[in-house]
Design a protein around this ligand. Structure first.
Ligand code: AP5
Ligand code: MG
Ligand code: ZN
Length: 217
């Protein structure tokens, strides 16, 4: 299965992606996680990406598209993948389509997790993430078993540098201006499905599984 997750910052893309990836045995590829790893390792890509991410802006398409081209060439993507946070512009969507067509493939589904703006700030300011494996927690809605430690790998949990109130608001504005057009883009191609992301985490996952089972390849 070749799928992408759409939705605003804090919709629960990363949270759901971990469960989908386990259940359907497809790699979870998050451009945000790739950038954060590069930032923590101070690579040239990380240094460039940080300038944009800290302001809540998108990393330029050229850089982002090259990363995805490289990642999707890996052997583990031959039978499918789950993209979380890519594409984020119609231009990135077109690049993905062209890349898949080179191998005679196409996308199976674009899954939108719908969450209105008023829910988002609370989710972001209470979020704690593991920079090692990308797992995401919430101090109230989804706490780790041991405070400050990742359930999956035991590493320390931290707050993301871009989870401040001002940056979150900027990211939502950027989402509405640059990423929302992808909803119509995929709807026009009959690839769009949507779930209500305001439900409890396990309820959102159940809705997603229902949709994915019906299109499973
Ligand atoms: P990225 O890391 O992708 O951030 P994002 O899209 O803003 O989304 P988030 O990761 O913040 O939210 P999420 O939907 O994954 O929510 P989560 O599951 O963690 O990108 C970061 C930056 O990198 C971008 O701003 C941009 O600069 C750059 N970038 C990345 N990709 C790019 C691209 N393709 N092009 C250009 N630039 C790019 O959940 C959030 C919180 O809510 C957690 O605490 C969680 O526990 C909680 N939660 C989840 N679900 C629920 C629920 N159902 N009920 C209650 N709480 C919940
Ligand atoms: Mg995420
Ligand atoms: Zn971890």
């Amino acid at each position: 299965m070749r799928m992408i997750l759409l939705g605003p910052p804090g919709a629960g893309k990363g949270t759901q992606a971990k469960s989908i990836s386990n259940k359907f045995s497809i790699p979870h590829i998050s451009t945000g996680d790739i950038f954060r790893k590069n930032i923590s390792e101070k690579t040239p890509l990380g240094i460039e990406a940080k300038k944009h991410i800290d302001k809540g802006h998108l990393v330029p398409d050229k850089l982002t598209i090259d990363i995805i081209k490289d990642r999707l060439n890996n052997e583990d993507c031959k039978n499918g993948f789950l993209l979380d946070g890519y594409p984020r512009t119609v231009n990135q969507g077109e690049a993905l389509k062209a890349l898949l067509e080179e191998d005679g493939n196409s996308l199976d589904i674009a899954l939108l997790i719908k969450v209105p703006r008023k829910f988002i700030l609370n989710r972001m300011t209470g979020r704690r993430v593991c920079l090692s494996c990308g797992a995401s927690y919430h101090i109230t809605f989804n706490p780790s078993k041991v405070e400050g430690k990742c359930d999956v790998c035991g590493c320390d949990l931290v707050q993301r540098a871009d989870d401040t109130e001002d940056t979150v608001n900027e990211r939502i504005d950027v989402y509405e201006a640059q990423t929302q057009p992808l909803i119509k883009y995929y709807d026009d191609k009959n690839l769009l499905s949507a779930v209500d992301g305001t439900l409890e985490i396990n309820e959102v996952f159940e809705s997603i599984c229902g949709i994915l089972e019906s299109i499973k390849k």
